[in-house]
Design a protein around this ligand. Structure first.
Ligand code: APR
Length: 169
């Protein structure tokens, strides 16, 4: 049974086995978490992302899927890139957001990452309401693989941290 932790902070400073990146399907970087991870991870990270795009992910990483690369110069060993769904008020994409978490944890188990840090996926540039995202995220990680011992949600701002804390109870 994985221990679930909520902390306020910067995901790039977490000394865990794997950091989950709120990436996009290009895998080639962006802003927010994606920008911070690539900036601090260094060129090794995007080099492995490019290799993925040249190999198994020529059409990009599908929304809800997850794939691991080196963490480069970050304190973690791996980055698990996942592409969150963009919020839609007319289409329910909750299953895809849940998939981001479940697939990231499946990949963590496959690579042997026992401690995993998640950002609040899709709640920034992708505009997913934080309360809804927190419910989906906390529910999705409840049945993590036995090999994952720690799941840490790293919330960047106080309001997101407070909402996750309220939902977590
Ligand atoms: N550490 C932890 N959380 C962070 C950090 C950080 N260094 N930087 C931003 N956040 C928070 C944001 O405040 C938000 O709560 O992470 C959450 C997710 O925001 P985004 O990074 O914008 O991710 P997302 O909403 O999933 O959008 C992904 O944005 O950066 C691009 O390339 C990325 O196209 C993709 C899209």
């Amino acid at each position: 049974m994985a221990k679930i932790e909520l902390v306020r902070g910067d995901i790039t400073e977490q000394a865990v086995d794997a950091l989950v990146n709120a990436a996009n399907s290009s895998l080639l970087g962006g802003g927010g978490v994606d920008g911070a991870i690539h900036r601090r991870g260094g060129p090794e990270v995007v080099a492995e992302c490019r290799a993925l795009r040249a190999g198994d992910y020529q059409r990009g990483l599908p929304t809800g899927q997850a794939v691991a690369t080196t963490a480069g110069r970050l304190a973690a060993r791996w980055v698990i890139h996942t592409a969150g769904p963009v919020w839609s008020s007319t289409e329910d994409k909750s299953a895809l957001l849940a998939d981001c978490h479940r697939n990231s944890l499946r990949v963590a188990a496959e690579i042997g990452a026992a401690t995993v840090a998640f950002p609040a996926i899709s709640t920034g540039v992708y505009h997913w309401p934080v309360e809804s995202a927190a419910r989906i995220a906390l529910d999705a990680v409840a049945d993590a693989p036995d090999s994952v011992s720690l799941i840490r949600f790293v919330l960047f701002d106080k309001s997101t941290y407070d909402i996750f804390s309220t939902i977590a109870g």
